[in-house]
Ligand binder design. Structure first.
Ligand SMILES: Nc1ncnc2c1ncn2[C@@H]1O[C@H](COP(=O)(O)OP(=O)(O)O)[C@@H](O)[C@H]1O
Ligand SMILES: [Mg+2]
Length: 273
């Protein structure tokens, strides 16, 4: 492929030189007019371009085929985590909060478990903080609640019901999750916040942003809530990205908010070293 393009360009340009060369000789001899030569060049260009495009097709089609296969491979993956047969949506009746009962968890293929025999209760109406060093398993604990992974031992209960017995859609609708590494999409600030809840009104978006302390810097942006966020949130700082991610979770009006390392950018005042 890398050699094909220059080669084709070389052939095209050599053909052009030949046309001008021989055409020039004929015009010099009075056998041809300049206009004829120009027309000839135009026709020759069109033909050569078509041949070039045809050649490109033979390169592009196999590539597209392989790419399509890869996309299909991803699309046909069956999620490992599915609704169980005896799902019940009884989350709202009791208010016991989130309970971990003797939970053990190993990542697939990992040598040692990330969590072993963990039990605790995060009561409703309270804020539970989990503190630990890097790699201690904080993110792992949070991932188990919306069933991004299933426990390998013990059970995770929300309002007294095992998360495996709750329909996934219902479970995740009730959870506002701010991942450790938040992802913003190309689009406006408001659209990015509304990703948490497509039905949210402008006022709700604004309130969520205010609670997440994002309102101030959004107002300072050129177009406020209609300012464009670049792909991956490249035009906002890490802290601003985090605040937008929190606003996105808050706009869901969820029962449970999971904030994973969300306050690392929350240093107020100058940092002392
Ligand atoms: N996707 C994964 N696959 C395998 N091991 C993982 C994966 N994610 C995390 N781990 C391991 O699990 C442990 C806990 O990680 P994590 O919960 O991300 O820690 P924390 O959030 O407390 O920094 C670490 O030892 C890490 O190496
Ligand atoms: Mg983490």
């Amino acid at each position: 492929m890398s050699a094909a393009m220059p080669l084709m360009m070389l052939i095209m340009n050599l053909a052009m030189v030949a046309i001008v060369w021989f055409g020039g000789l004929r015009i010099g001899g009075g056998a041809m007019q300049v206009g004829d030569l120009m027309a000839f060049i135009q026709y020759a260009m069109q033909i050569m371009f078509s041949i070039l495009m045809g050649a490109m097709m033979f390169i592009m089609i196999p590539r597209a085929q392989i790419s399509a296969n890869r996309v299909n491979e991803v699309l046909t993956i069956e999620p490992v985590i599915q609704d169980s047969e005896r799902t019940e949506s009884t989350l709202s009746t009791q208010n016991e909060g989130v309970t971990f009962q003797n939970v053990s968890f190993s990542y697939p293929g990992a040598e040692k478990p990330a969590l072993s025999h963990l039990s605790f209760t995060a009561k409703r109406g309270e804020t539970t903080a989990i503190i630990g060093g890097t790699g201690a398993g904080k993110s792992t604990i949070l991932n188990l609640i919306p069933r991004y992974f299933d426990v390998t031992g013990g059970s995770v209960r929300v309002n007294g019901v095992d998360v495996k017995d709750v329909p996934l859609e219902e479970l995740r609708r009730r959870i506002g999750y701010v991942p450790q590494k938040s992802v913003l999409f190309t689009g406006t600030v408001a659209e990015n916040v509304r990703y948490g809840n497509a039905q949210a009104t402008d006022e709700e978006v604004r309130t969520a942003a205010r609670i997440a302390q994002a309102d101030a810097f959004i107002q300072e942006m050129d177009h406020g809530y209609d300012s464009i966020i670049a792909q991956g949130g490249k035009n906002v700082s890490g802290g601003q990205k985090q605040r937008l991610a929190i606003a996105r979770a808050l706009v869901r009006k969820a029962d449970i908010y999971l904030l994973d390392d969300s306050f690392r950018h929350w240093i107020t005042g100058p940092m002392r070293v």
